[in-house]
Design a protein around this ligand. Structure first.
Ligand SMILES: NC(=[NH2+])NCCC[C@H](N)C(=O)O
Ligand SMILES: [Mn+2]
Ligand SMILES: [Mn+2]
Length: 307
């Protein structure tokens, strides 16, 4: 079931082995493809397009001193702009782009691409983190902690990122899974009235109710296209250990999959990100576990059912 996609259903895999500042060492997308993701999606009935992973060598060579404390700003800008064009291009052809990452800064690109093709789209952001720091509020200078503020047009404007249109409205994004939000980010969420369901709400209401409330907020009439941006660190580290910024107390295996299944059931999904799978960060068993769960989340979001 999919209201915005012509049949036969086509998925376009956008592989982005990119982690800032260590470009090229993030093999997450490569592992997921090698684990058989393409065949698995074909078995679900999808026509699968995949023309190899994005190569970022050219941009890796650019001179890129920090801007303020922002690390590798020009590199991140160029990579995410390329991803925006790829995702937007697929979406305009009626394909469902699935972006595998990599650094969650990539969502600046994926969501820009989605909004270019579907200006009315809403975003469901599954994460331990809000990734909504501005250039002023960030303590780390890591742009992966900032993509949402760029998309909303918050914070001071950075000329290097002038291509990013502030195309996302605060009422069109909702979070699930938060549990490690910086003080400055809490303020930004409040000031902009952004709806977020932390792990506290997941514990209190259960995941079924939380997904329903999240959809009620961001998509009350269930008619807007949905971009699902899933950071694998939303899952508990016991479920997905190989990721850059793990935080305990996360979603269970089933809660994570339930979210994906429920979004697919709406028939409104137009784009998916599966981010922050990072095999360079753990022992082989943990890597395999994380890559496997990444693939099964993608399958659940693309229509795999339990029965
Ligand atoms: N995509 C991520 N792993 N984000 C983690 C962000 C952590 C922290 N809030 C920061 O701004 O640096
Ligand atoms: Mn995260
Ligand atoms: Mn994230």
């Amino acid at each position: 079931m999919s209201r915005f996609l012509p049949s036969p259903l086509t998925v376009a895999i956008v592989g982005c082995p990119f982690r800032c500042p260590r470009v090229g060492v993030d093999q997450g997308p490569i592992h997921m493809v090698e684990a058989g993701l393409i065949k698995q999606l074909a078995e679900l009935g999808w026509t699968v397009k995949f023309d190899g992973h994005h190569q970022f060598e050219e941009v890796n060579a650019i001179d890129d001193p920090p801007i303020g404390i922002l690390k590798n700003p020009r590199l991140v800008s160029r990579v995410t702009q390329a991803v925006a064009e790829a995702v937007g291009g697929h979406a305009k052809k009626g394909e469902l782009p699935v972006t595998l990452g990599g650094d969650h800064s990539l969502a600046m690109g994926t969501i820009s691409g989605t909004l270019d093709a579907h200006p009315e789209a809403c975003v469901i952001w599954i994460d331990a983190h809000a990734d909504i720091n501005t250039a002023e509020s960030t303590d780390s200078g890591n742009i992966h902690g900032m993509p949402v503020s760029f998309l909303l047009g918050l914070g001071s404007k950075i000329p290097e990122f002038s291509w990013v249109k502030p195309a996302l409205k605060p009422e069109r994004i909702v979070y699930i899974g938060l549990r490690d939000v910086d003080a400055g980010e809490k303020r930004i969420l409040k000031e902009n009235n952004i709806k977020a369901f932390s792990m506290h709400e997941v514990d209190k209401y259960g995941i079924g109710k939380v997904v329903e409330m999240a959809l009620d907020h961001v998509n009350p009439d269930r008619k807007l296209p949905i971009h699902l941006s899933f950071d694998v660190d939303a899952l508990d580290p016991s479920v997905a250990p190989s990721t850059g910024t793990p935080v305990r107390g996360g979603l269970t295996f089933r809660e994570g999959h339930y979210i994906c299944e429920a979004i697919w059931e709406t028939g409104l999904l137009v784009a998916l990100d599966l981010m922050e799978v990072n095999p360079s960060l753990a022992d082989p068993e943990s890597v395999k576990q994380t890559v496997t769960v990444g693939c099964s989340l993608v399958r659940s979001a693309l229509g795999e059912t339990l029965l």
